[in-house]
Ligand binder design. Structure first.
Ligand code: FEO
Length: 393
């Protein structure tokens, strides 16, 4: 079922209420998502993006109810990832000669996935496509978040189609951001930014500033996931500039895994010490083998400091801690502090291994790793509290 976005624009995408994991198992999407596709009916008819591969037949069948497919003059592929290009094969079976407008990297990514030699038209920043009353201007946005990504601006309708930028994994019966709970909306927008776009913060800042310098009148931002920004769309642009600028809140996140609860006890005692010194700081304690990695990364993104703990096991650390450190490294965060902790029985390399990984991830170590032989007794619990206090200072 289509929904009207603006005068000449309809949403013809797919709301995926059941989606619980995205990018394989990388991103937990407990609120579902949507694959937004837009149909523009000006003098020319334009389709922007499609839907994820499992919905290809449903997408094309629904599109046929909206329009005779032969009326589509142009397809625009803002980004080649399968969640937006997945229905192309099914669609192009019906209209094989319709030109597909995308970046040079877009051709590579689409060809690389579908191995089809469709009628591609390469566009770059500043190229335009007149479709009647409106003209579309293309704006390359490489690495936001793939090299192939681009945005498109529709002038008379004053709409920016922003691909994955400004999106959220949030399924909704509504179409617009101003129709849903604002707290949930921003929670999902931040989670999306932290998990997908955080490594590209500097690129995002530059691209947003480039777009602002173009003085485009933007009334509506149509992302490729989640809700459309209709009311005060600059709100999400401002948020992105804030998030891309080494964002942090007054938060310390303690991440640990544990074998016999020794490292868990340390985590909880350290938290007490932090709270004794700073009553205002938000403390999150997360078990990397129990809490979801998407949520952990979101909390790391919000933190000024993280503490990472693991017992030493077989001269190494627990795999869930190693895994989360690998993911944190990928976020390429700056201006954040860290320290390590953990229990051990004999060799005790765990804290050093964590420290090395934290350094590689770009964190500044505030103190030497804090380790405890065997399970913490009352004396060691007090030392954990003192360690927490020291972290705060
Ligand atoms: Fe929503 Fe990068 O695909």
């Amino acid at each position: 079922m289509s929904k009207q976005v603006k005068n000449k624009i309809k949403w013809v995408g797919k709301v995926d209420w059941e989606l619980k994991h995205f990018h394989g198992d990388e991103f937990k999407t407990d609120r579902g998502s949507s694959y937004n596709s837009y149909l523009i009916e000006d003098e020319k008819t334009v389709l922007i993006d499609t839907a994820w591969l499992p919905f290809d037949k449903e997408f094309v069948s629904n599109l046929k109810k909206e329009i005779d497919l032969n009326k589509i003059d142009y397809i625009i592929a803002l980004h080649g990832e399968v969640d937006h290009s997945g229905a192309l094969v099914e669609l192009m079976r019906e209209i094989p000669n319709v030109p597909i407008y995308c970046t040079a990297n877009g051709i590579k990514s689409i060809k690389g996935q579908y191995h089809k030699d469709w009628n591609f038209v390469t566009v770059k920043t500043g190229d335009t496509l007149n479709i009647g009353e409106n003209t579309l201007t293309f704006i390359e946005a490489p690495m936001l978040h793939w090299p192939d990504t681009m945005f498109a601006y529709m002038d008379k309708e004053k709409v920016l189609f922003s691909s994955d930028g400004f999106g959220q994994h949030l399924a909704s019966e509504h179409l617009f951001a101003d129709e849903v709970d604002e707290a949930v909306l921003y929670q999902e927008a931040l989670k999306y930014y932290a998990n997908i776009l955080a490594p590209f913060g500097m690129i995002a800042t530059k691209k947003i500033n480039d777009i602002l310098a173009m003085n485009l009148e933007i009334e509506t931002i149509c992302p490729s996931h989640g809700l459309i920004w209709r009311k005060n769309p600059t709100q999400i642009i401002k948020k992105y500039l804030e998030w891309a600028n080494n964002y942090q809140e007054n938060q310390i996140t303690i991440i640990y895994d544990t074998m016999w609860n020794g490292t868990k006890t340390m985590a909880n005692e350290i938290a007490k010490g932090i709270q004794e010194v700073d009553k205002d700081v938000t403390i999150k304690i997360m078990n990397s083998s129990k809490d979801d990695k998407t949520d952990i990364l979101t909390e790391v993104f919000k933190s000024k400091t993280i503490l990472v703990g693991s017992p030493t096991v077989n001269n190494g650390i627990l795999y869930s801690v190693a895994g989360i450190l690998e993911m944190i490294k990928g976020m390429k965060l700056k201006n954040k502090k860290a320290a390590s902790f953990g229990t051990y029985g004999w060799s005790g390399e765990g804290t050093k291994i964590i420290e090395e990984e934290l350094k590689k991830a770009g964190f500044e170590l505030v103190t030497e790793g804090f380790k405890n032989m065997w399970n913490p007794d009352e004396n060691m619990k007090q030392k954990c509290i003192e360690f927490g206090k020291e972290i705060c200072k």
